[in-house]
Each structure stands twice: as C-alpha cells, then as structure tokens.
Design a binder for this molecule. Structure first.
Ligand code: PLP
Ligand code: ZN
Length: 411
C-alpha cells in the first residue's frame, strides 16, 4: 500500500490523489507546488526508537518508511546520507555560541546535499518506468542527478547556465549526461528545461515542481535529530536558493515531531547572498510575492532571480518562527576560509553560506549564545575552485633549492 495519503497544493490547498498528478497543481500552474502528505499513523508504528536501534543501514534509506517510494527496485547502491555531524567549540569567539554543530553534506557521492533529492528522484523515475530524466540546475542538482542516472542506467538531459563552474559541468559530462549550456541565467535554463520536458515527455527532476524531491532532502533533518540523540537543535541554518532545501529541512523536523521522535521543532533560519535575496526581501516585507532581481553572487548554487519554491521556503521560516539573513560575497569567502582553516571542512560558496549567516547573526546580535545551532554545509569546495582561490591566497613559487625555502621562510 502507498504511504502517500494525498498531494496538496501549497497555494490553494486543492488535494490530489497520488496517481492523478505528476507535478504542480492544475489550478495554480507552476506556483502550485504540491506537498506530499504521508500516512503518519502507519509510519509512526514502524519507525520507533527500537526500529532505529536495530537498523544498520547508515544511509538516507534508514528513513525509508517515511520516504514515498513504494518499489525499492530504483534505489541505487550509491551511499547517500548519514553524513558526518561534528560539534566544535572552535568558533565561540566568532559566533558567541558555546559550541556549534556542523552537518557536512558535502560528503555525499557527488559532493552535495542534492544527492538526497536525486536518490529519491531516480528511484521514483524507475518506479514510474521512466527511462529519460531531465533537470535545470545551477549545477549541483544536475551533477547529482547525472551521477544517480548513470548508476541507474537511464538517460539524462541537463540545462545549466553557461556560467556554471567547470568542475560541475565536468561532473555532468563524465557521468555521461547530455548537457546544454544555456546562454542565460539559471532562470532562463529552468524555463527551457520545462518546455523541453513537456515537448519530449522527459521526467523532470527539478525540485521546484517535482513534489518527491523534497522527500529526499528532508532526511538531513531526520539525521540531525538522530545524531543529536533524538533531539532537535534550537536553530537550523540553511542556505536558500530556490527554497527546496530549506523546505525539506523543515518538513523533516516537523515529521520527526509528528512521529514522536523529538518533542519540539527548531527555528529555521534561511541565509541568502545579498545579491540574490528574493526570499529575504519577501520575508522582510511580510509578503509571499517574489520580485525578480538579476542575481549577482559568487555562490552559484543559490544564484536565483525568482525562487521556484519560494512559498514552501517562506512557510519553513514563518511556521518555525525563524528568520532570514543576508550575507555578502566577501562574508561568504571569509566564512569559507575560516571554516576550512579551523575544521578542515571545505565548502563551496553556497555550501558555507549558512556558516556565514551564523557569523552575521552574531554581529547583528541575533543569538543569545545559549542555543544549539546547526549549520548545514551543503556542497564541497572542490566544485568551485575558482571562487575558493579568491579566498585562499597565493602559494610561494621557488627554485628547487633549500636556500630558497629559507629565504621564503624569513621574508
Ligand atoms: C541547491 C543548493 C542550495 C540551495 O538549495 P535550494 O533548494 O535551491 O534553496 C544550497 N547549497 C548548495 C551547495 C546547493 O547546491
Ligand atoms: Zn493550487
């Protein structure tokens, strides 16, 4: 029996049964993103504390009872999830917090949190017997989808902005995807991808319209709770582009509460780049209308003019009584360097944006210092070496002589 009770439009509330709809609400169109409503009574009986004690599957699939995949045939062997969770006291001065928790989701098979979504998206595609999938992406969603599609042996068509970092484009190609580098922004790539998907009948992995992708992303919250000994943090901090990640994080915490695994939910704090901050602006203006502004930030993964999942993102922040903060590109680069130099964790610009947000909140005196705060590092620094190089500084070039080393040490 399916775990899904219904799919519900986040905009108008219209409900659909699972087989009747693939993507967004018939009445609301592209804004009518659907939320998957699961049969929590059944899941609660299965996912008990004992269930977890006896479960030796250390990947996101340990939460399978709460993931709407009915046929496991599409589950790939790639190891996704159960990523490292660190507590560090090294940032007490910079954050004012006694300790800080870091969830390192760069440690996924294709090196970003997007793998949680792709693992579920590809399993769903195979369940639906789809042989061709597509995605528009700022980079990571596509490289992730490509990796999982490679494992599953299905064909992939990818639309990324021409400006996507080389490492991410190389990932796409090495996994064997058909790659279109679109002359334009991410927003333009999305539009083209949706048109092509409709024209050619491809299964669309775009997190913004495919309701199942968030169901993978939510597992990061389950893991955080379990890694804290089935406790929620006080605050979870997440970088926001389209808003699917933050929506998934919030859904995961809410479900843990509904299922009786934790007794309170955290506040969710979204962080955007100052040059690409439509969600922050909408939050500050207390509206659900998003205004387009040409995105300008080095954090390519969150460089988004119009958030495709903005309603769910704002719901996460508002319902959890959290807030939004912005950080500049310079603050992102500073945060990248600080995190790397003190912990050995190297995140890409968007990957360290949550950490930059925590540093910013200290400056803005938004933290009391007693909170349990989790920073989600969502992607690896090796994905965008060019941006990192700006923060890293220069190496010393020398002749192969010991004297030269001495001279360099003394200068
Ligand atoms: C996609 C992505 C985000 C943001 O996720 P959205 O769902 O677009 O809000 C953050 N960090 C990284 C590394 C990403 O790839
Ligand atoms: Zn609707």
């Amino acid at each position: 029996m399916s775990k899904v009770l219904k799919l519900k439009c986040v905009k108008c509330g219209r409900e659909y049964s699972e087989g009747d709809i693939l993507y967004t609400c018939d009445d609301c169109g592209i804004d009518g993103i659907l939320d998957v409503i699961l049969d929590y009574d059944t899941i609660r009986r299965e996912m008990t504390f004992d269930y977890f004690k006896n479960n030796h599957n250390y990947s996101l699939w340990r939460y399978l009872p709460a993931i709407p995949i009915d046929d496991p045939k599409g589950i790939q062997p790639l190891q996704v999830g159960w990523t490292p969770f660190y507590e560090t006291t090294k940032f007490t001065r910079e954050t004012g917090l006694k300790s800080l928790f870091i969830k390192d989701d760069s440690r996924n098979p294709t090196a970003s949190l997007k793998d949680r979504a792709s693992a579920v998206g590809v399993a769903k595609a195979l369940e639906l017997n789809r042989k061709v999938v597509c995605a528009a992406s700022t980079g990571n969603a596509a490289s992730s989808l490509s990796g999982f599609a490679a494992s599953a042996g299905i064909e992939t068509y990818i639309f990324v902005p021409e400006t996507a970092p080389e490492a991410k484009v190389t990932q796409l190609l090495i996994y064997g995807s058909h790659v279109f580098l679109v002359k334009g922004t991410y927003d333009v790539a999305v539009e083209l991808c949706f048109k092509a998907a409709a024209e050619f009948g491809w299964y669309n992995r775009s997190c913004a319209i495919n309701p199942y992708l968030v169901e993978g992303k939510k597992t990061v919250a389950y893991e955080i709770c379990e890694q804290l000994g089935w406790k929620a943090p006080d605050i979870a901090v997440v970088a926001v582009g389209d808003g699917c990640t933050i929506a998934g994080v919030w859904k995961g915490f809410e479900e843990c509460k509904i299922l009786g695994l934790i007794d309170k939910v955290p506040k969710i704090v979204g962080v955007q780049a100052a040059g690409s901050n439509p969600v922050t602006r909408a939050f500050n203006q207390k509206t659900y209308q998003f205004e387009y502004q040409k995105p300008e930030t080095i954090a390519d993964s969150i460089s988004v003019g119009i958030p495709r999942n903005g309603i769910k993102a704002l719901n996460a922040v508002n319902q959890s009584r959290g807030w939004m903060v912005d950080v500049t590109d310079q603050e992102i680069l500073d945060a990248m360097k600080l995190l790397a130099q003190k912990t050995g964790i190297f995140g890409e610009p968007a990957g360290v944006t949550s950490f930059a947000g925590i540093l910013k909140m200290k400056q803005l005196e938004m933290l009391s210092g007693n909170e349990t705060v989790v920073s989600i590092v969502s992607g690896s620094g090796l994905k965008d070496v060019k941006s990192a190089a700006g923060a890293a500084g220069k190496a010393t070039v020398i002749e192969p002589e010991l004297e030269e080393v001495k001279r360099a040490l003394n200068s």
